[in-house]
Design a protein around this ligand. Structure first.
Ligand code: TRP
Length: 472
């Protein structure tokens, strides 16, 4: 085995499956369970879903492979790894900016991701309480929140928003758990939780989906998610949303796959591993749709309710589902597992770099970055109440947006696409082809296809998200 130049990391996955589970855990998160169904809902269902799948295969997958191969060649944190690939290709080490931009994106996403994960913890508490009440009444097989009106159930979210202390407390709790896992390291922390939580997650997801299809409006849900209406497909906004969602969901452009790729050993075939990660992530998004929409349609509620789908529409929909409080509890536990395996990845990307850079112990770095992310996240939490009308950057695409939305837009529309764009140009045009081709694990027609996609389609498509994201 040829040793890579640059700093060697000592940490790594204990097996190829450890890598696959951890990387899938990072990809599968609130993006699949919360954002995908609501994006599909607001963008008209079927056309969005079909275009989404094209984006994953033709644009997401080539970039995913490129990011993991940069990491595996460099065998260090994302910035150092990119520098190594640049150096070994005789190119400027300034290309490592693509990793720096992604790392900043990951860190900023973490600040609000933890706030939303805090809401998930709150709903676990609500449903757990409701399970206890139903058992007390001998009515566990009935729906959730029996005897409460729709307004009451939907009122739990605004009630949470009105309680700054509670929201910040839950945010702190989730961040503390994330920091704890990262402090324990790659094998002992990240991989270990992935190995336990991801299989549990898949079992819960399949179980809940089958139950939801059996008791809910399965036909309507299928029609909604898969009915192909070409007139909606040609809608530029739908296409851009699908591409943006694919990038977010696959954790691309956030230095993350570079970071995790560095922990993979030389025997791991990166192309087939990337394909498994992308396939798992996409299946989870679609299955999540098949879990959520039958419940929502059976309750006669609307599909296009945007971000409140998971936290208002769905809880209300559990009211009409048999054993709704119990299934609701399982559902939110499942979401929490998915969120945690993503938040650790978000923290790991910057931690790996800062710890090397400043020569600090892993635990100290994780705690320091966790506190910083927590502090910034407080402003996002408060964007749902006292800071709702605070518009700190009142210009251009940020006009009229509060702090939470600004961070969301800045990461989703600028940092992540910019990083992914630079990755495509770097691997497609700049990096030494002998080096990238040696890492990627594919040959023949597949290899030529990947070369074409990463050099042409990926930069053009991602460039389009950037440009249109900024002007529209
Ligand atoms: N893919 C994650 C999700 O679907 C979100 C995400 C984007 C992410 N970039 C990341 C997670 C980097 C971990 C690391 O929820």
């Amino acid at each position: 085995m040829a040793a890579a130049a640059g700093k060697q990391t000592t940490e790594g996955w204990s097996s190829r499956w450890g890598f696959i589970l951890a990387a899938t855990g990072s990809a599968v998160g609130l993006g699949n369970l919360w954002r995908f169904p609501s994006e599909a809902g607001t963008n008209g269902g079927g056309a969005f879903v079909i275009f989404y799948i094209f984006c994953v295969v033709l644009i997401g997958l080539p970039v995913l492979l490129s990011e993991t191969l940069i990491g595996r060649h460099g065998k260090a944190d994302a910035i150092e790894s990119t520098k190594t690939v640049a150096r070994d290709s005789g190119a400027s080490t300034a290309w490592s900016a693509l990793a720096g931009i992604g790392m900043l994106g990951a860190f900023l996403i973490l600040t609000f991701y933890s706030v939303i994960a805090g809401w998930v913890i709150y709903y676990i508490g609500l449903f757990a309480g409701d399970v206890a009440t139903s058992i007390g009444n001998g009515a566990l097989l009935g729906g959730a929140f029996q005897g409460e009106s729709l307004e009451q159930v939907q009122g739990y979210l605004p009630a949470l928003f009105a309680d700054n202390g509670l929201m910040i407390g839950l945010h702190a709790l989730f961040m503390a758990v994330t920091v704890f896992v990262i402090a324990r390291g790659v094998g002992g922390g990240i991989e270990k939780i992935a190995v336990y939580l991801m299989p549990t997650f898949f079992i819960l997801l399949i179980g809940i989906t089958l139950y939801s299809l059996a008791t809910g409006a399965a036909g309507e849900a299928f029609a909604f998610l898969f009915a192909f209406d070409p007139s909606r497909l040609l809608h530029g906004n739908v296409m851009l949303s699908a591409l943006g969602q694919a990038f977010f969901s696959l954790s691309l452009g956030s230095a993350m796959m570079i970071t995790y790729g560095a922990y993979a050993d030389r025997k791991t075939n990166l192309a087939s591993t990337s394909a498994i990660i992308a396939a798992a992530d996409t299946s989870v998004a679609i299955i999540a749709g098949l879990a959520i929409f039958p419940i929502v349609f059976a309750a006669g509620l609307a599909s296009d309710s945007g971000p409140t789908l998971m936290f208002q529409v769905l809880p209300a929909s559990f009211q009409t589902m048999p054993a709704g409080s119990f299934i609701g509890l399982l559902f939110f536990v499942m979401v929490l597992f998915a969120a945690l395996t993503s938040s650790v990845a978000l923290l790991e990307a910057p931690t790996a770099w800062v710890m090397k850079r400043l020569g600090l112990p892993r635990a100290v770095t994780a705690i320091g970055l966790g506190i910083l992310a927590f502090a910034i996240g407080i402003l996002s939490a408060m964007s749902f109440n006292s800071l709702e009308n605070w518009h700190p950057l009142n210009f251009s695409i940020f006009e009229g947006q509060n702090f939470f939305s600004i961070v969301d837009i800045f990461t989703g529309k600028i940092l992540l696409p910019l990083s992914a764009f630079l990755v495509s140009v770097f691997v497609g045009w700049i990096a030494d082809k002998r080096l990238t081709d040696d890492e990627n694990g594919i040959s023949g027609g597949l290899h030529l296809t990947w070369r074409f996609l990463i050099a042409w389609l990926c930069p053009i498509a991602v460039g389009a998200i950037l440009v249109f994201g900024l002007i529209s």
